[in-house]
Ligand binder design. Structure first.
Ligand code: WT7
Length: 692
């Protein structure tokens, strides 16, 4: 394995960001309604002559086939992958119920088929003679460090880790928690789990010990994989210490003890001898060295679980969204193929951390299932200089670059020179995901980064959808800045009004999806009732996305933002109620309400209204303590941007906090609507006048 070094930190864009688009109830007559960009942008199609879809009419016919004949369309796509046993031929590829009135909600794809995602992502390419192709390129936080691993080398490494997990008793169906930075070993760990049928639960290594312990307890993972420490930018993160604290919380809170903690020794960040050690801990490198480089594949029935990933909802604790083997694999592979039109020589760089769904689907599974070379970047995007991303693009001749709008907005603040001094001539495709991209950032990305040559795919999707749902296909139809344009194959979006009536033609409303697509999450781990309530209760018989949207005369869909109490900070999905719970736990806080507000770089920022407890006078101390609490209970990205001390909150007579009013005040809007129904209408002007 030609690994030069391994070190450090990892995550990517914690640069946060989220959305140029303002939260708004889509059906309300909101006067601040954001206007769509009316200009369509066409890109010379020559870069995509060999793309699987090259025109809108070709798309239309394939799209109707995908809806009208799912067996033909998805069966055909699934057959591009290897199945140990084919799925049952005597029933449809998909069985489901989306209507609670008819019984429990369920979705099944490719029932009776046996396959393995790791086998398809690695062995299949090695077996077909492509073992010497680079599977993963790794660029360290420190630009002097990098590594590359071919498909054959990756296969041996993954087998070793699979054997290591098996030797610690991990079997099919067991949960393995992965709390690692963006080192090569993170995808290796995920693939090793997939190989043996263990369910991975990757927890973003920016979450606190508190948040990590909640996730370990929820799914009872007996094994945790981590890394001693990592450098990220010029900061050091002591991950093993965070894991130790989390595991202590697990045993204090519910007597749960993790059996094995495998620690990757990142000696360039911290020497081995400085790492606190317990009986359950083993060093990754020592253990891997002892393991054989071949490992049997565990053949999995299509509907058996592949992984879970925690995400925030509008209420309650984070939920473990569960994806299954067959459907997720086919969806990851198919969306990657059509959206990114990969060629053999492509170098694909998705900047997402593997701690989020984008990293799962488009750093690891999508590219590897297609035999593409995927770049894993350990560091932060603008460090040590604002041109770092473009320097990496030139260094590895990256052909497709996929990131979050937040990153674009943060880089836009620097002089163009930081982009222009790198050639970027290898790029042919740009993409974004995770939050709305405002037309200004879109245009900067298109003009300055892409030299007006590269299409931008604004891809809309969610942790629960497994892969891209709305997106342009490169070169196939004109782009519209800020719009995710048209649905992917097999996805039938419907726009509903307040009463749940389907709207036709150009309209604005709530975005739902009619039928299942293969990548839809099957349940929330251990809480199927919550799954049914979250996604299938508001609008009966549709999957409810929680987003609002507009559709124009072209059929293009533009996402307007969440319509629930979820906010999107730098592409990180955060529940306002989780932040409220963290802040309210401080004895100096009598009451708290948290909302999102437009933030130039992060998309949305976190705005907390606080009623201070009587007698608690030191406001400066309280502010500091509240920030520490948010960091401790959730993570650094959940620290409020604004803490506003108020004398009261706007409530209805029944005591419900009117968050809509708070959102408008936080956004400096004056159209507060009718406040006369409030229990105390005077509170509104008091809040506004205390805002400075
Ligand atoms: C929420 C899902 C993209 C997967 C990673 C984030 C928002 C996502 C877009 C987009 C406008 C977007 C939505 C969605 N979102 N992509 N292209 N335009 N908004 O997954 O953390 O589950 O968040 O992100 O509000 O519901 P997630």
């Amino acid at each position: 394995l030609r690994r030069l070094q391994v070190l450090s930190p990892g995550f990517l864009p914690d640069v946060g960001l989220s959305g140029g688009s303002l939260r708004q109830a889509p059906c309300s007559s909101s006067p601040s309604k954001q206007e769509d960009s009316s200009d369509l942008v066409s890109v010379p199609p020559h870069l995509f002559r060999d793309a699987p879809v090259s025109s809108r009419s070709q798309y239309e016919s394939l799209y109707s086939q995908s809806l009208g004949d799912p067996d033909g369309f998805w069966g055909g796509e699934a057959k591009c992958l290897f199945w140990k046993n084919p799925w049952d031929a005597d029933r449809p590829v998909c069985a489901y119920n989306f209507d609670k009135r008819k019984g429990p909600i369920f979705v099944e794809w490719f029932r009776g088929g046996y396959t393995n995602v790791c086998y398809n992502a690695i062995d299949r390419h090695v077996d077909s003679g492509r073992g010497n192709q680079v599977a993963v390129l790794w660029e360290g936080n420190d630009p002097r460090f990098n590594a590359r691993i071919t498909y054959s080398e990756l296969l041996r490494y993954v087998c070793q880790v699979a054997n290591l997990l098996r030797s610690r008793g991990v079997k099919k169906g067991d949960r393995v928690c992965i709390y690692m930075p963006m080192i090569l070993e993170l995808p290796v760990a995920m693939l090793a789990c997939a190989r043996i049928g263990a369910i991975h639960s990757v927890v973003f290594a920016g979450f606190s010990a508190e948040a990590l312990s909640g996730r370990i307890l929820d799914c009872q993972s007996q094994v945790v994989l981590t890394c001693s420490a990592v450098r990220r930018g010029d900061k050091m993160l002591l991950l093993k210490e965070i894991v130790d604290e989390a595991l202590q919380l697990c045993s204090q809170r519910s007597g749960f003890s993790v059996e094995t903690c495998v620690v990757y020794d990142n000696e360039t960040a911290v020497p081995r001898k400085n790492v606190a050690w317990q009986a359950r801990d083993i060093w990754w490198q020592d253990a891997v060295r002892e393991c054989s480089t071949s490992a049997e594949v565990e053949w999995m029935e299509s509907e058996e679980p592949l992984f879970m990933l925690y995400t925030s909802g509008s209420t309650g604790k984070p939920k473990g969204v569960l994806h299954t083997v067959g459907g997720y694999m086919v969806y990851a592979s198919t969306t990657f193929k059509y959206c990114f039109a990969p060629r053999k020589e492509d170098i694909f760089w998705c900047t997402a951390d593997c701690g989020w769904i984008t990293g799962h689907t488009y750093v690891v599974y999508g590219p590897l299932l297609n035999g593409t070379t995927s770049l894993v970047y350990e560091g932060v995007p603008a460090w040590p200089h604002p041109g770092r991303c473009w320097e990496i693009v030139d260094k590895y001749k990256v052909t497709a670059f996929y990131t979050a709008p937040t990153l674009i907005r943060s880089l836009q603040a620097y002089d163009k020179e930081h982009v222009k001094k790198f050639s970027r001539s290898s790029l042919r495709l740009l993409a974004t995901a995770g939050e709305p991209i405002n037309p200004k950032a879109w245009n900067w990305y298109f003009d300055v980064v892409g030299d007006r040559r590269c299409p931008i795919l604004d891809t809309w999707w969610q942790t629960e959808t497994g892969g891209v749902m709305l997106t342009p296909l490169p070169g196939a139809w004109p782009l519209k800045p800020g719009s995710a344009t048209l649905p992917f194959f097999g996805v039938e979006p419907v726009v509903l009004d307040q009463q749940g009536k389907e709207l036709k033609g150009p309209c604005e409303g709530y975005l739902c999806i009619r039928h299942p697509w293969p990548g839809i999450a099957r349940t929330i781990y251990g809480d199927h009732k919550r799954y049914e309530e979250t996604y299938f209760s508001t609008w009966l018989s549709y999957y409810n996305t929680g987003d609002g949207c507009r559709r124009d005369e072209n059929g293009y869909i533009t996402i307007t933002g969440r319509v629930d109490d979820v906010i999107n900070v730098s592409g990180h999905r955060i529940s306002t109620s989780e932040v409220e719970a963290a802040l309210a736990s401080h004895p100096g806080c009598a009451e708290v309400a948290v909302v999102g507000f437009p933030h130039e770089v992060k998309g949305e920022g976190i705005y907390a209204y606080i009623i201070q407890m009587d007698g608690h006078t030191d406001r400066g101390e309280l502010i500091k303590a509240l920030k520490v609490l948010a960091r401790k209970e959730i993570g650094g990205f959940a620290v409020p941007d604004v803490l506003h001390f108020v004398p009261g909150l706007p409530k209805t007579r029944s005591g419900k906090v009117m968050r809509n009013i708070l959102r408008k005040i936080a956004s400096n809007r004056t159209d507060l609507g009718d406040t006369s129904t409030l229990a105390d209408p005077a509170v509104v002007s008091k809040i506004i006048s205390s805002k400075m």
